[in-house]
Design a protein around this ligand. Sequence first.
Ligand SMILES: [Zn+2]
Length: 422
Amino acid sequence: MKTAAACRRRLPYGLAVAGLLVWTGPAPGQAPSALPPWTPGTLDIHHLATGQGNATFFVLPDGTTMLLDAGDANPPGREPIATPYPDASRSAGEWIARYIRRMAPSGRDPEIDYALVTHFHADHMGFVSEGSPPSTLGDYQLAGITDVAERVPIRRVLDRGWPDYDYPEPLDNPSVDNYRRFLEAGRRDRGLVVDRFAPGRADQIRLLRDPTAYPSFQVRNLHANGDVWTGTGDEVARIVPPLETVAPEDRPTENHSSLAFLLRYGAFSYYTGGDLQGVPPDGFPPWHDQETPIARGIGGPVDVAVIGHHGSIEPANAFFLSTLRPRVDIVPAWSRTHPAPVVLKRLLNRRIYADERDIFILEFRDETQAAIGGRAQQVASDHGHVVVRVAPGGASYQVFVLENRTESHHVLSIHGPYPSGR
Ligand SMILES: [Zn+2]
């Protein structure tokens, strides 16, 4: 099989590999094509490039749906800190909901079976301001995850804080308070199920619509709140010292507490971990590195890895990269500081691991590329929604990059097919 890099192509082109038709692009002058609809047995992972934070929509092989984060870093009435895509005419939550409605399995009303919040920051859950509109469903306002839920029903929520929201200290800011009112209203009025994400378990996220049809599918919870899966059974280890022994300036942050999981489907594997870090800044204690113990638990290569903390300075340490050896890196960048030059340098470094790799950046701004220089040209894509489409059974996958400057979702480029489980 050709290497995936050799198969990389920009539209409009058509190509058949080894008799397998992998793309029939439009002829020159025709409008670009759309992503073919999801079909049963396929695993789709859509990394949305809203420009305002993270949002990843999964369609699992049996049609179970999952949303991981719904960031909105630009609350109404405040000075924008992010560039919204497609534009500022709608909130990030509304754009996310519209995308989900379009990409969800056809034949039933769109809904989100699982919503996960990696940690409680605006670019992952939304930020409530005085200008955030009220919900019609309860005593809370719409921002990020609650904004999505207003438009596409959410059935279950998993987060790192339920029910106390007191680690590493009580979370009592307006956005978390609003989110908790959303959870209470949902539980009271709509049967919403809320649970705390439990590291080590592999049965908390399950196929709900056809549970026995795809036995090789599994989501292993890897980390939350300083507890990390060891790689043995459901066992977890504590990587944060007793909080009473930690100096106030060294206490774990929201980013350090993010949830992480490893998804497997046949030979295919995928890692994601919010804003976890692997390179503590000078002077900080070594346990501020969550990636090293996580990589020890995983213990080997993965096909696709989402780079932590948007690629900003502290993620993707050399041990993590040399253990996971990702064939595909996805950098959920949205700010001009994403990715940091040193992080892109590590991702491209062939001394850390020699294998081929393709790097997809959701929003790699011109000024960031200019500051980085020639290395910035070595990425596979620099803007757009990044969709990982895993073939039924998990033996191979492709990456589709979709237009995010408009709502057309036109295919900008296709990469692969990559064989899973190298
Ligand atoms: Zn973040």
